[in-house]
Write a protein that binds this ligand. Structure first.
Ligand code: FE2
Length: 165
C-alpha cells in the first residue's frame, strides 16, 4: 500500500482557477450564513407572533422558512461542488450573518412583518452585491444567486404589501 504523503491535496477539485474559486467561495459562504440566519429568524417569528393577523403571518413565515432552508442547501452544495468546504455551524452563523437582530419574546404581528421586511432587505442588498462579484468569477454561481434574489424579492414585496395602510 502506498504511503500517505505529508502534503494534503484538496479532496474535491474545482472547475475554477484558484483566484476565482476563492472569491466565489467567499460569496457562497457569506450567502449561506445569511440564509441560515433568515431561516432561523423566520422560525423564531413563526413561534412568537401574536395579534389579529396571527394565522396568516404564522403560515407565511413557514413558507419563508422552507425557501430559505432550501436555498441554503443549494448554496452550500454549490460551494462543495467548487471544492470549497461550506461552514453552516451555529457559532459561524452567529458570528458572520449580516441580518439585523430579532428580539426574543412574543412579537406583535405588525412588528414581525416590519422585522421580516428589514431582514429580507438586508439579505437582498448583500445578494445583489454578490451577484456583481461573481460576474467575472463564476456565471453558474451567479445564476443560482439570481434565482435566489428573484424569489426573495418576491417575498419582500409580499411582506411589504401587508404594511400599506
Ligand atoms: Fe410550525
Amino acid at each position: 500500500m502506498a504511503q500517505k504523503t505529508a502534503s494534503k491535496t484538496a479532496p474535491i477539485t474545482s472547475p475554477l482557477s484558484d483566484q476565482d474559486r476563492e472569491i466565489t467561495g467567499k460569496v457562497l459562504q457569506g450567502t449561506l450564513l445569511d440564509l441560515i440566519d433568515l431561516h432561523l429568524v423566520a422560525k423564531q417569528a413563526h413561534w412568537n407572533v401574536i395579534g389579529k393577523f396571527f394565522r396568516s403571518v404564522h403560515l407565511q413565515l413557514d413558507e419563508l422558512v422552507s425557501s430559505a432552508r432550501g436555498f441554503a442547501d443549494d448554496v452550500a452544495e454549490r460551494a462543495a461542488a467548487l471544492g470549497v468546504s461550506p461552514d453552516g455551524r451555529a457559532a459561524t452563523v452567529a458570528e458572520g450573518s449580516g441580518l439585523p437582530k430579532f428580539e426574543s419574546d412574543w412579537r406583535d404581528d405588525r412588528e414581525v412583518i416590519e422585522a421580516i421586511v428589514s431582514a429580507l432587505e438586508s439579505v437582498i442588498r448583500r445578494l445583489r452585491a454578490r451577484i456583481d462579484e461573481t460576474d467575472k468569477t463564476d456565471l453558474v454561481t451567479q445564476d443560482l444567486l439570481i434565482a435566489i434574489a428573484r424569489d426573495l424579492e418576491k417575498a419582500h414585496w409580499m411582506w411589504q404589501a401587508q404594511l400599506a395602510d
